[in-house]
Design a protein around this ligand. Structure first.
Ligand code: NAG
Ligand code: NAG
Ligand code: NAG
Ligand code: CA
Length: 614
């Protein structure tokens, strides 16, 4: 017997042999596959001992061979004796659950019973290592404790090793949402050994309540798709299929004009019009509701099989009043972007709208917004045509070069319905502005400096505008302009005509007034002074120079104006054409006061340059 609680070595038996009389002999023992001296034999007396506890679950039997030897002749006296020794079982192993248990198991309430007419909750594997087929390994699995007590949870034996936790009744989520169950596996040994396991069950809510209409009236809506809404309440868990409503029109919809859908968020039923309809004054609709999941009801631990014993599904009667309203004409697009080059010839079609009106073919168009009066709209077709050139630099054009036109489509209903469409005209810039001086007057403080700086601007966008440049005859461009007095001039007001070109060589004639005076501080003249009459032979010139360029400069003296042809004393400059005006203070002008069309190279040296006049 295994696990014997005795003192070891323990004598099991004594061997005898009837051929050993009067022969000096000894016994010998050997154990197959074991040389650990688990079993020994007394050579002379034949007593057999076991030296340690045996474990049947490890080694159920041993193959042992006995021999007896004649010591004198060293020969076996008899045939060897060999047999299997079985270890006798005791009940030393409790049954064990061998499957992995989860923390908890979900059971749906109201689940219909399966093949075995009960709810199968979970499978359990149980083993008992004691000798098979004996009471020491025969296992009974039972529920020893459960809370709450109803419905009864039990165990069904599938095989010797597999058992199933089952329920014979149904769960009711409204009664209990949570169960604790203690399961025991016990063998039939004497005394029996057992082990237990505790599992938790969560009851999952299913559809056990019918939805009920909250109100008998519906809420009216405006659109065709959503003319009215009905709401229900449902005691099942929100956002489960046992709560989600499924509406149907029971009667009143024989022409299939209406459809009812479920708002997925609010669970409301939305009645919409899905077909053209003849105007009838009143329509009676009977609307029914149920849930997405079929209804199952658990009563007193038993599923109710015949649902007709329950109150029927809820329904509501609704009266729909169909009123024909005049819908406004529909523009295909309510905003439109069009592109147009500014200053294009008038009479161009900017936009042709597309408009639909279900009830009327007689639509007229009106111009609602056209702040600069640039366009006209065809009353019948809505076509927008320009009647003026459109100017990007107009104050009615926004900073993004966009001009806004609004037209309206008006039907012939009574009262008429109107829709509007906004057309944004994006004006592409062209070079329609010449450069201008920023300031047409300048003060030259003759007691401090001999030049003034002037700047110009152009209203067009790139590349028709700045950075500002003046163009020369040889097409080289420069960015700024200073006007230098070559020789001291009497304090007076001078007019200097300039021709300025932008990058596209669009010229502009500008006149700059230069006040030459003595200044008390920069930019402030010190009051009028008598003009000097002693100009003598002083060279007088006003010249344009520096990095900048300009085509033409005329120096004008205020009073008399005479034109001279300037002749150049130096052949080097003979190509230079000069126009000039003479200061006519009653004396002949002896020295040039002329200015010229200059090339860049010549400008670079022009401040050294004086020209004689006749
Ligand atoms: C089972 O175990 C008991 C001791 O627990 C033992 O007496 C008995 O012989 C064993 N085997 C059977 C078949 O009963
Ligand atoms: C133009 O220049 C004159 C003289 O420097 C000055 O008095 C006047 O204020 C300027 N005008 C503007 C608009 O800057
Ligand atoms: C120059 O013109 C200004 C006005 O533009 C005037 O006040 C001033 O008296 C004039 N100076 C001379 C010298 O004529
Ligand atoms: Ca429900």
């Amino acid at each position: 017997e295994e696990e014997m609680d005795v003192e070891y070595p323990y004598k099991i038996t004594t061997m005898h042999n009837d051929k050993t009389a009067n022969v000096e002999h000894h016994f010998e023992i050997s154990v197959e596959d074991d040389d650990s001296k688990l079993f020994t034999i007394n050579k002379t007396s034949g007593e057999v001992y076991v030296h340690r506890r045996l474990d049947r679950e490890k080694t159920p039997s041993y193959h042992i061979t006995f021999d007896v030897w004649d010591i004198g002749v060293a020969k076996k006296i008899d045939k060897e004796l060999s047999f299997d020794v079985d270890v006798k079982d005791i009940n030393d192993n409790a049954p064990m659950f061998t499957n992995q248990f989860q923390k908890s198991y979900d059971v749906k309430e109201n689940t219909k019973v399966g093949k075995f007419r009960n709810l199968q909750i979970l499978l359990m594997d149980v083993v008992d290592l004691d000798q098979e087929g004996t009471i020491n390994s025969t296992v009974d699995v039972t529920v020893v404790k459960q809370s709450p007590a109803e419905p009864k949870i039990g165990v069904k034996k599938i095989t010797e090793k597999q058992h199933q936790l089952i329920s014979e009744g149904c769960f009711d989520y409204d009664v209990a949402k949570h169960y604790s169950v203690v399961i025991s596996a016990s063998d039939r040994g004497k005394p029996p050994l057992s082990s237990t396991v505790a599992v938790e069950l969560n009851v999952i809510d299913t559809n056990s309540h019918r939805p009920k209409f909250k109100k008998r009236q519906a809420v009216e809506m405006q659109t065709h798709k959503d003319i009215l809404r009905v709401a229900v309440e449902d005691k099942d868990t929100p956002n489960t299929d046992g709560w989600r409503a499924k509406y149907s029109i029971i009667s009143g919809n024989e022409d299939e004009v209406y459809a009812i859908t479920t708002d997925p968020v609010t669970n409301e039923g939305i009645v919409g019009v899905v077909k053209n309809f003849d105007i009838t004054t009143l329509v009676k609709l009977q609307i029914g509701v149920e849930n997405v999941e079929p209804l199952t009801v658990c009563k007193d631990g038993k599923l109710i099989e015949d649902l007709s014993s329950l109150p029927p599904k809820d329904s509501v009667s609704i009266t729909v009043k169909m009123v024909d309203t005049n819908d406004a004409p529909l523009f295909e697009k309510y905003t439109e972007e069009v592109y147009q080059t500014e200053e294009s010839e008038k009479g161009q079609v900017l936009y042709t709208p597309k408009v639909k009106d279900a009830e009327s073919d007689n639509i007229r168009y009106e111009l609602v917004e056209d702040p600069a009066n640039w366009v006209t709209v065809d009353e019948k077709t809505g076509v927008i045509t320009t009647i003026e050139k459109m100017d990007r630099e107009s104050p009615h054009v926004d900073v993004d070069s966009t001009y806004r036109i609004v037209i309206a489509a008006i039907d012939d209903g009574s009262p008429p319905a109107t829709s509007t469409c906004t057309v944004s005209v994006h004006l592409r810039d062209i070079n329609d502005n010449t450069p201008k001086l920023l300031n047409n007057s300048a003060i030259l403080c003759s007691n401090e400096a001999d030049k003034v700086m002037v700047r110009a601007k152009d209203a067009d966008l790139e590349p028709f505008s700045g950075p500002f440049s003046f163009s020369l005859a040889d097409d080289k461009t420069l960015k700024e302009l200073s006007i230098r007095l070559l020789t001291k001039l009497p304090n007076a007001n001078y007019s200097v005509p300039l021709v300025i070109q932008d990058k596209q060589n669009q010229p502009s004639t500008e006149t700059l007034s230069v006040v030459v005076c003595n200044c008390i501080k920069p930019g402030v003249c010190a009051g009028p002074k008598p003009l000097s009459t002693a100009i003598g032979i002083a060279a007088i010139g006003l010249i344009i120079a520096a990095l900048l360029v300009f085509l033409l400069l005329l120096l004008l003296l205020t009073r008399k104006q005479k034109t001279f042809l300037m002749t150049n004393l130096n052949d080097e400059y003979k190509q230079t054409l000069m126009k000039y005006n003479e200061e006519g203070l009653g004396t002949d002008c002896k020295v040039s006061c002329g200015v010229t069309v200059l090339t860049t190279e010549r400008l670079a040296i022009s401040h050294l340059w004086t020209v004689l006049v006749k």
